[in-house]
Design a protein around this ligand. Structure first.
Ligand SMILES: Nc1ncnc2c1ncn2[C@@H]1O[C@H](COP(=O)(O)OP(=O)(O)OP(=O)(O)O)[C@@H](O)[C@H]1O
Length: 322
């Protein structure tokens, strides 16, 4: 269990985190979302005792990191996949971590296998891709079989197969009862992995809700057909809200299969059927576009459907220790 209570961190005049409170629960993947500079990494670093809060509390299993009896068996973290000695192999890196933490060396083979690194285990890290380093960071995080995992952008650098693998690993860990907190800007990825979503902007909480609640509220489908009039009536009868423009319809409150069924019933030929941008991405933009001191922008004021949201944008420079 992770609890963040009124957490605040000022770096001089910068309020990196500002009165943030949320909980990440066992058995769930909690997505921690926010635009660049929103305070995600600072929050994760405070949870891991790497940055001292200005005020408030960041607790793992009810205690600050510094008070955990055996942190490595309680919380695993992967913040940046850059801290590995380039001349060492993954196996050596994990062996050293095992010895330092007093863990049995057999854990090395287990985590190598779980992260798909077995065949590359004896190669030097200098030759690893970013994706392989991410896997090694995850392998290190789960070495002590912790029940809490804190991961900062773990999908960064993974290829589509790697992202798929990561998704199943995180789901598996949550099913085993772990608390998984994972920060990301890759919104469609979070949409497919998380059970619960915490969104921050300007260091403050803007939304804390089950994913299903958020996505259910924001999904819009784009439909194109020459029988737009008949189909619009059928979709409204099926419970949808429909906006029409010539042969195009924008539909909320229904799923693609509902549109398919209505099209079949009305014999409408669909020339296009798709989701209008990622539903979570749309909500994310609406919630995080507000000015720091103003309320969140009301729904519908985000960029229009044609615009593509900043799914992944460059990170600002980060300082070191507080
Ligand atoms: N050590 C530091 N010294 C000064 N300012 C810092 C330090 N660490 C972070 N900041 C600032 O605090 C704010 C929040 O940064 P943080 O890295 O926590 O955001 P983030 O949500 O993780 O961003 P990103 O998605 O780009 O990684 C930013 O304005 C950042 O420049």
């Amino acid at each position: 269990m992770i609890s963040v209570e009124g957490l605040t961190k000022h770096f001089g005049p910068v309020r990196a985190v500002d009165g943030l409170s949320f909980t990440a629960r066992p058995g769930m993947v909690t997505g921690f979302l926010g635009p660049n500079g929103a305070g995600k990494t600072t929050t994760l670093r405070m949870l891991l005792g790497l940055v001292t809060p200005t005020s408030g509390r960041a607790l793992v299993n009810g205690r600050p990191y510094a008070e955990l009896d055996r942190p490595v068996t309680e919380v695993g973290a992967a913040l940046e996949a850059t801290g590995f000695h380039p001349g060492r192999s993954a196996r050596d890196h994990l062996r050293i971590a095992c010895t330092a933490a007093g863990l049995p060396e057999r854990r090395v083979d287990t985590v190598l296998e779980r992260t798909g690194l077995t065949t590359a285990a004896d190669r030097r890290v200098i030759g690893y891709s970013l994706g392989m380093r991410q896997r090694l960071a995850l392998a290190t995080a789960i070495l002590g079989e912790p029940r809490v995992l804190i991961l900062d952008e773990p999908a960064n650098g993974l290829d589509p197969a790697g992202v798929h693998w990561l998704r199943s690993l995180l789901r598996h860990l949550a099913e085993e009862g772990c608390t998984v907190l994972v920060s990301s800007h890759v919104l469609p990825e979070v949409e497919q992995t998380a059970d619960h979503v915490v969104i921050v902007a300007h260091g403050r909480l803007v939304r804390d809700a089950p994913l299903a609640e958020l996505v259910g509220a924001g999904g819009e489908l784009r439909v194109r057909t020459e029988q737009a009039g008949e189909l619009a009536v059928a979709l409204e009868n099926a419970g949808g809200r429909v906006r029409r423009e010539d042969d195009r319809l924008w539909v909320t409150g229904l799923e693609p299969e509902d549109v398919g069924r209505a099209a079949l019933d009305t014999r409408a030929v669909l020339t296009e059927l798709g989701r209008e941008r990622s539903a979570l991405e749309k909500i994310f933009l609406e919630l995080t576009m507000a000015e720091p001191d103003g309320p969140p922008a009301p729904p519908g004021t985000g960029p229009g459907p044609e615009e593509t949201g900043p799914e992944k944008v460059g990170a600002p420079g980060k300082g070191g220790q507080s």
